[in-house]
Structure formats: C-alpha cells, structure tokens
Design a protein around this ligand. Structure first.
Ligand code: IMP
Length: 419
C-alpha cells in the first residue's frame, strides 16, 4: 500500500500534522499537494513544539519532502522553514505558484471591503494567488530559474495589480525594482530545491516506496466540495493528491481521514453543531483551540456525523483517525449530531447539497455518556474507559468506517492504534 492520502475530514485543524508525523516514521517520502502557508501543522516532540506552514510535516522526521505543483508558495515563509531544517531534502515543483506581495495586499483589502460578508481568510494571499493561476497571470516557481524572465513577469503582473490596488482598493502600489530585487534574493536561495516532482514521486512509487500525501486545510474548506464561499481556494480532498502532484489516480492506495472527536471551525459560515456560550469557551480553552497561523479563536462544537459521513463519501475515506478524545474527558454528557432537521421538520442523515439548506439545518443529537477521567495514562485502546471506547465504537458504526487511530493528548506518543 505505498500511496496514502491523509486528509482533513472536517473544517481543518484536526491534527493532521501529528498523524503525518506518526506515519512518516515508516514512510520514505512525504508530499504536500495543495494549499500554502494558510496551513499550520503543529507537532509536539518532548519540550519542542514545531509549527510548520510550508513544508510537509514529514520534515520533522527527516524524510525527503515534496511540495507539489498544486501548492502555492510564499518564498519568505518557505525560506524561514528551510533555515530551521538546514539538512532537509526538499523537492519543490517548478509548476507551483508563487505568492507575491500583491496577493497578500489584495487578500487583506478584499476582506476589508467585504465587511460583514468577509470570508475570514488567513490573509496569506492564498485566494488571490490561486485566482491568478486560473487567470493565467500567475508567476510560477520555475520562473525563479531565470532572473530576466522573473523580472519581466513581475513587471507584467504589476502593471495590472497596481491599477487594482490603487483604483479599486485604494491601497498603496508596489515598486517594481523593490519587488524584483526581493524576489531575486529569494530565487537565489530556492533554486537548488526546484525539481521535477511528478517524476520524483512517480519513481518513488514505482520503486515500491511508501509515500504519504499530506492534505492541508480540509474537506469542508474544499473549493468545490466545501461550504462555499466560506472555503479555501484549493482542493484539499483526496483526489487532488493525484492532480497536485502529477501522478495517476490509481497511485492512491489508501485514504486516511483525520477528524477531531468534536468539531472546530475558523472563520465565517454556518456551523450547525456549534456550542453556545460558556460551554464553547470552555471547550476552546481545554482544546487549545486557537489558530496556528492567525492566533484567532476557533469556534467549537460537538461532533457532526452528518458532515463526517459526507467527508467519507467525497474523499473515499477508508480508515479514520479520531484525534483529541482527551478534550472530551471534561464533559459529563456528549451530544453527537447524527442527523439534520430541515425547516419543514423532516430529518436527513445526508449533508445538504445546497448552501441555503445547510444554512437552515438544525442538529439532531444523540447524547452519549462522558467518561469523566483523564486519558493520559492510557497506553493502548484497552486502557480507555468503557464510555470512551463506546464513543469511538459509535462513530465507527454510524460511519461504517474503521477508526484505526485515537488521539489522547498533544504529545507525539499520545496516539493509540486500534488495529
Ligand atoms: P484562506 O485559505 O486563507 O483563503 O481562508 C479561507 C478559509 O479557510 C477561512 O475560513 C480560513 O479560516 C480557512 N482556513 C484556511 N486554512 C486553514 C487551516 O489550516 N485550518 C483551518 N481553517 C483554515
């Protein structure tokens, strides 16, 4: 089973970094296939906490890492991470797009302009960069290989972007010489990493190596399958691993979904199982639910199996990792959303296909018993309190998918295997 996708099954922040870190131990290569520095993967190793945004999480295990063509790259962020891992073996796709300073400026200005209708982006220039890619106006990593071409492309892009910035967003324009000099500096540092990543990954797979495809963001933030427009601008779903790396879909052998034992969301948009008032604040504190990239408070809610069932479908998830079960130790009763009620009073177990139906969906809960004791001393699933095992079994039964990993704490070692 050499090609495994690890995909977020909710609204992100499920703890994918930690699961990738665990599986990377026995893998040969770890690849990112979409997204950019809007991701923030946290890995705790003893006293050290790694927060990684651009590189695949496998970097912490010293594995060869690939940044695929489906990613967008902020050179400043990537160089900062490469400085932190000087021995890293990194392969950077020449077809990945570069985040330019105007992408950050437009992301910020556009959110400001939308006011109450803002998406709540991470303001890292992700949307504008992918928009330029689709408009065929983007600057790609391979453009850094030739200084003359890089400068020309910056000049062409700036001629249009400065007009937008000044006239539409009433923001400051960018100076060509300053941007060109800054990016030439980045180019010198990044050139050695540029590679034919499609060939590299395909060769690794053909040689029988174990390759992890690490998703960033998550299913409900997917541009096509998420809760549009409150989504990111790429496709985190599992099938994108093939497109975002330049390999065939049959190279994906296994899809491991990662879901928190409860649910969080950053940014705007409907959230049927969101918890009200003080209870939400309590869960946020207990789970440390603050954005890795932005530091923003994450909205917190109960586990939503309607949404998770949908994630199983659109990704083809065949195994699930359920993380942060320990956070639920502090709650006496555990409501789990099993269906949605629609305004006409009927109930459905299927995720609504249309936005307005999702906006008006009300959660129908089944209340499970809490276990009320910490899980830190559990070294195998057999050590889990009965009610915690029942919780995991319930999820498994409702979804028809095996839960193979259970997260019980922040530490690297706090993941119990159920196989
Ligand atoms: P963008 O990706 O910065 O354009 O933000 C679009 C939406 O995706 C916003 O709601 C963000 O909060 C959300 N988002 C982007 N990256 C992450 C992530 O890594 N975790 C959780 N939410 C994210």
């Amino acid at each position: 089973m050499p090609g495994t996708v690890i995909v977020g099954a909710q609204w992100g922040d499920e703890g994918k970094g930690k699961i990738v870190d665990l599986l990377a131990q026995n893998s040969d290569v770890v690849c990112r296939y979409q997204g950019g520095p809007n991701a923030g993967h946290t890995i705790v190793v003893g006293e050290e906490t790694y927060k990684i945004r651009a590189l695949p999480s496998g970097i912490v295990r010293g594995k060869p890492c690939v940044i695929g063509n489906g990613c967008v790259v902020d050179p400043e962020v990537l160089i900062d991470e490469l400085d932190r891992f000087p021995d890293a073996e990194v392969y950077l796709s020449g077809n990945a797009h570069l985040i330019m300073p105007w992408h950050l400026a437009i992301d910020q200005a556009s959110e400001r302009r939308l006011g109450k209708l803002a998406i709540g982006t991470t303001k890292r220039g992700i949307g504008p960069c992918y928009a330029d890619k689709a408009m065929r106006l983007g600057i790609r990593v391979q453009d850094i290989l030739e200084p003359k071409i890089l400068r020309q492309k910056i000049e062409v892009a700036l001629a249009e972007k400065n007009l937008w910035l000044e006239r539409v967003y009433e923001s400051e324009p960018f100076d060509l010489e300053t941007v060109a000099a800054r990016y030439e500096g980045y180019a010198q540092r990044l050139r050695p990493y540029v590679a034919d990543t499609s060939l590299y990954v395909e060769t690794a797979l053909r040689d029988g190596k174990d390759v992890l495809f690490e998703g960033a963001q998550a299913t409900l933030l997917d541009l096509d399958h998420g809760t549009y427009p409150f989504v990111t601008s790429s496709n985190p779903v599992a099938a994108q691993a093939a497109i975002g790396l330049g390999i065939g879909p049959q190279r994906i052998d296994r899809v491991l979904g990662v879901a928190k034992a409860y649910l969080t969301r950053v940014g705007e948009g409907p959230f049927p199982s969101e918890i009200g008032g003080d209870e939400q604040a309590r869960m946020r504190e207990l789970g440390g639910e603050y954005g890795t990239v932005t530091g923003r408070e994450r909205r917190c809610g109960w586990l939503d199996l309607v949404a998770l069932r949908y994630a199983v479908r659109v990704n083809g998830i065949d195994k699930l990792a359920l993380t942060k079960l320990d956070v639920l130790s502090h709650f006496g009763e555990l409501p789990v959303c099993v269906r949605y009620q629609t305004p006409d009073g009927s109930e459905t177990a299927d995720f609504p296909a249309h936005q307005s139906d999702f906006h008006s969906a009300a959660p129908v809960y089944e209340v499970l018993q809490g276990w009320g004791e910490p899980l830190d001393s559990c070294s195998s699933v057999d050590d889990l309190p009965g009610a915690a095992r029942d919780y995991v079994d319930f999820v498994e039964r409702e979804l028809g998918v095996e839960v193979t990993l259970v997260g019980t704490g922040a530490e690297r070692t706090s993941v119990l295997s159920r196989t």
